[in-house]
Design a protein around this ligand. Sequence first.
Ligand code: FAD
Ligand code: SF4
Length: 447
Amino acid sequence: VALGYDEETAVAEAQRCIQCKKRPCVQGCPVGVDIPEFIGRVAERDFAEAARILKTKNSLPAVCGRVCPQEDQCEKYCTLTKKFGSVAIGRLERFVADWEADHAEHPGHVEALIKPEPTGYKVAVIGSGPSGLTLAGDLARMGHAVTIFEAFHKPGGVLVYGIPEFRLPKSIVQREVDYIQSLGVEVKTDAVMGRMASIKELMEEKGFHAVFIGVGAGLPSFMNIPGENLVGVYSANEFLTRANLMKAYRPDSPTPIKVGKNMVTVGGGNVAMDAARTAKRLGAEHSYIVYRRAREQMPARAEEIEHAEEEGIEFRLLCNPLQILGDDKGRVVGMECIRMELGEPDDSGRRRPVPVKGSEFVIDCEVVIMSIGSGANPLLTKTTEGLELNKWGNIVADPETGATSIPGVYAGGDIVTGAATVIEAMGAGRLAAEAINKYLWEECKKD
Ligand code: FAD
Ligand code: SF4
């Protein structure tokens, strides 16, 4: 795993930045962090000022520095990328955020001490992932009374239940949640909205003037092949939630997890890498990735694939599962796969994998983790009359404001875009916070 920079390395790396006038890196950042400015301060060893600059645009830098796909964002556009390799913007972001947490008098959150005048407006935020946390922090700083309703017993969304500890320590997410709470945001956990209260009830009976929906895309997809109901088959979502949030690796865990000698994860994205690496850490002798296309077509970040390879994850590429095999007690004993070859490009422009006739083979395994994507959970959206959804069940929302088809109800993050990234969810939260603030002052009457 990436261990982060020490001071000397960070300063040396920051000094590589040539402070381009046109700042192409900033254009590649979804929240517009003043990258050359904060890197310039690192080069001068003024880490506190670097942190201040960073935090004016990004409220979760310690998270983003660890999990953002920088190679597709800021670092992709860095002037140095082609000839010398990009300045390691993400690693510097992580260094600055961690330095601040370790050194600052009020770690990270000096501005939390300045409490704004209460406006008298109440906003409900459903879901405590990066979109909801960012929005809640922004609205609280504007003086609104914000309550987050989270279905799980811990806030943080995918940052706590999905991304494993070895990539994103949970103490860092907790630090950010603490900060949001220090701004006055109330966090109600074990609160499954759509079940315990509808949006209509929140607005008409509980006195909330506006609602933000940031419930993510946590509904797992399966392949619909024979054997997916056998004991030992998990969705990546369930597997990671048990391991991360429910601490299933502990012997005293109330929700244990099945660990096999051979564990197979199906899929080629970041989630699949996280699941396979978690399986290895839980004790699998062989942790396989089965993916139907080739390595260069894997959607996971290059860094995640490399780290998985270094840790000994065994890749079975150009292979597609046909069925999961079970014993007479209904437990997984293997997975039958077929080899694939790449044919003509499909609609996505990627070469279509085509089965090679007669190439079926079996991987012996006791656990199969399906990690082939996830969609919109219908629990809340189906209980909200008048909320426009697209054909995949995602909420239709204005990309500039997050406004939905219901006045006063806004949405953002994965529930709108489908599974995307932390920084995109944060960006959506930020835009919606501005729009909600405007709505409250201009269109909403206080009781
Ligand atoms: P989420 O983070 O999904 O949070 C939604 C929250 O809403 C959850 O806590 C959920 O419990 C809650 N909720 C749902 N329904 C209800 C309800 N009815 N009532 C109350 N609460 C509800 N992105 C990256 O940028 N880099 C990465 O490295 C990366 N790795 C990932 C690894 C994994 C395993 C996964 C699953 C995703 C990863 N992503 C990564 C994607 C990223 O985490 C998501 O795009 C992002 O978290 C979406 O944020 P969100 O605010 O929309 O919702
Ligand atoms: Fe520095 Fe690269 Fe940004 Fe130029 S593009 S200012 S070199 S980080």
